[in-house]
Design a protein around this ligand. Structure first.
Ligand code: PLP
Length: 390
């Protein structure tokens, strides 16, 4: 297998992220099998949910993906570099005429979210008379981006006459896909079924990761998973992709009655051993994971790490650069300076870590920060193409 190392040098790094591109490919294949006969695109916004577009996109393309979605045009350019032949949709950011030029240069397909954006693309394409492809986003109940149903109807009627736009995809987005019993799912499905009739003969797309799990009714022609690719959603055939660990830089003995970390909020009930780890909230270990002393929300009891075969609780407040763990119950000598504590990965599920932090796996992935040593475990089907071998 190929291994590529990026980011901060391992010998100088406090935090370590391991990204398993083979698991990423496996997740793509599992989702694609689930969605078939619908096609499966990949949503790689926010630098592929923090994993890195330059690494994730070629792996996904090698696994069979030919269509990508990003949030903003700059991300679309990065995908274009990583996948020269791919179809790339940009969900937002047709900010004006100058932006439209950049879309055309990189062959990015804008998702038109309003009449204003439709007018920008129409105006741009009319200068040289080339109706370049676009997608139409219709809002069916989320009230974020998208044309209203009425606006979509008008646009469809006008365009049937003028042919000024060349829509290749009509899409909408689910607000509650992760709550299968929420009544809004069925309402959005019904509305989208109407919408798609307005735009006959082109692809239709409704489902994100959670939407795929809602069943075939929601799949239409193209599904758009993001977080499930990157291990942020558990389900059949889905594997963890990212492991985050921090190096222990000191182990200290703290007497009963003494306190640990800012605010002196964690007071030891017994003589304790405390591992000081070289990663904090600047590295994506949310301060809300603190074992105590963060009155931001209902106390969950704090997060856990995993080391020497057992779970170890976060102790006191997470600080910017460091986090303390209570390792009193770890057998003496089983952990030493230089060992690593897992923050999430195979032993502490990312969804568990997210819940403990009062957030969602998406935010843990996209918030990883810039101070990690990164190890990419190479994709299958390609050997020797991704750097160092060992
Ligand atoms: C982010 C996003 C997706 C992917 O959502 P996941 O929940 O990560 O699968 C799909 N479609 C749109 C419009 C999005 O913004």
């Amino acid at each position: 297998m190929s291994i590529q190392e990026t980011g901060v040098e391992a010998r100088l790094a406090g935090a370590f992220a391991t990204i398993d591109l083979r698991a990423l490919q496996q997740n793509y294949r599992a989702l694609a099998a689930r969605a078939a006969p619908a096609r499966t695109a990949c949503v790689v916004k926010a630098d592929a949910y923090g994993l890195g577009i330059a690494k994730a996109v070629p792996a996904l393309a090698a696994a069979g993906c030919d269509t990508f979605f990003v949030a903003w045009p700059e991300e679309g350019r990065a995908v274009r570099e990583a996948a020269p032949d791919a179809r790339i949709f940009v969900l937002g950011g047709l900010f004006g005429r100058e932006a439209a030029e950049a879309y055309a240069e990189a062959k990015l397909i804008p998702v038109l979210n309003s009449r204003g954006e439709a007018a920008i693309w129409e105006g741009f394409c009319s200068t040289d008379g080339v109706a370049r492809p676009c997608a139409i986003h219709v809002d069916t109940g989320m009230n974020r981006l998208g044309l209203t149903l009425d606006q979509a109807r008008t646009l469809a009627e006008e365009n049937a006459l003028t042919g000024a736009l060349d829509p290749v995809l009509v899409m909408s987005h689910l607000a509650c896909g992760d709550q299968p019993d929420h009544p809004l799912n069925q309402r959005q499905l019904t509305a989208f079924t109407q919408v798609r009739r307005l735009f006959g003969g082109i692809e239709a797309s409704l489902a994100n990761s959670a939407g795929i799990q809602l069943g075939a009714d929601y799949h239409f022609d193209l599904v758009r998973p993001g977080v499930a690719l990157f291990g942020g959603l558990s389900g059949p055939g889905l594997e963890p992709v990212v492991t985050v660990q921090a190096r222990i830089v000191q182990i200290r003995h703290v007497r009963a009655g003494e306190a640990v970390s800012y605010g002196a909020a964690a007071v030891m009930q017994r003589d304790s051993r405390v591992a000081i780890c070289a990663a904090g909230y600047a590295d994506g270990l949310h301060r809300a994971l603190s074992g105590s002393g963060v009155p931001l929300r209902e106390i969950t009891g704090g997060g856990h790490g995993f080391a020497a075969g057992r779970r170890v609780p976060v102790l006191g407040r997470v600080t910017m650069d460091m986090t303390m763990f209570d390792i009193t119950d770890v057998e003496g000598g089983a952990l030493t300076v230089g060992d690593r504590i897992e923050f999430f990965g195979p032993n502490i599920g990312i969804e568990e870590a997210a819940t403990a932090a009062g957030t969602i796996s998406y935010e843990l992935l996209t918030g990883l920060g810039r101070r990690h040593h990164r190890t990419y475990i190479g994709p299958s089907g390609e050997s020797g193409t991704s750097g160092d071998q060992r």
